[in-house]
Design a protein around this ligand. Sequence first.
Ligand code: GDP
Ligand code: CA
Length: 318
Amino acid sequence: MNLKTVALAGGVGGAKLAHGLAQILPPENLTIIVNTGDDFEHLGLYISPDLDTVCYTLAGLANPVTGWGRIDESWNAAENIAKLGGQTWFRLGDRDLGTHLERSRRLQKGDSLSSITRDFCKVWGVEHRIIPMTDDPMPTIVNTVEMGELPFQEYFVHQRCEPTVKGFRFEGAESARPAMGVEAAINDADAVVICPSNPWVSIDPILAVTKLKSTCGIESTSKKKPIIALSPIIDGEAVKGPAAKMYKELGIQPSALAVAKHYKGLLDGFIFDQIDAEFETEIQNLGIKTMLIDSLMKDIKGRERVAKDVLKLLNTLL
Ligand code: GDP
Ligand code: CA
């Protein structure tokens, strides 16, 4: 398949489709740009949850049960930290800690997140290019009714997404530059795929990085390359995580239609689950080409199947 593709991805949902695409597209034809709005410092270490989920997934090192962290993990360090009275709300396994220790050491000596990611991927045998959206700090802040503004992980993990969401802020978005290779990959691509990640807190931060929208051709009138998305909302629910809850709390009925509208003006094509066929006409009326599929990616076969559908729709838009 010689379609040059860029995929925009958050963590779990993004990693599933990216993994499927990587089964089909050769390394030179797929670049995955990953959200870093979730990044934060914990136990003195730099943690990049979405980046690690995508890298571990493509490397075959991801924990299939938790959806985060590594397979064959042990928890000696975490248990010891707990005994010593330290923080335990964000769980880090022993193997995973190795990643954070070495990444933090290299960041401290001045290496960029993108170059460290490239080096780690080489060691993990990941041939497809994975790039953080920016090397600059750009933390997502969640504004909540009950607790005011919360740093993303404070909301997502510590408070278990329980506070009612009022809005989001991507701190530093105005000055954050795309990481090295991001713009080139988009300019070079035939098409852009928005993975079925959380639109509010996984994809919107990527699109908020300065200049990234215009690089995508999204804001230019003479749009050059097709952009398609796969809905993370199936039958009004998120497969995992707070996406549907966020839509509701922001006064929007969660649905495939809501996701298509979320990306309005951006999309040429939209893939969503066949269970949501009732929305097809309304989505088409937005000027978007539609494809209905079984969009649940239960295993590696499912990921590859859905990725094939994505490429099929893209091919009709070229
Ligand atoms: P996070 O950063 O780990 O929260 O993950 P993402 O933002 O990348 O993905 C979260 C979204 O993935 C959720 O809204 C889920 O509904 C969606 N998702 C997870 N698995 C699937 C799947 O198999 N199919 C589809 N269509 N969406 C999925
Ligand atoms: Ca995430």
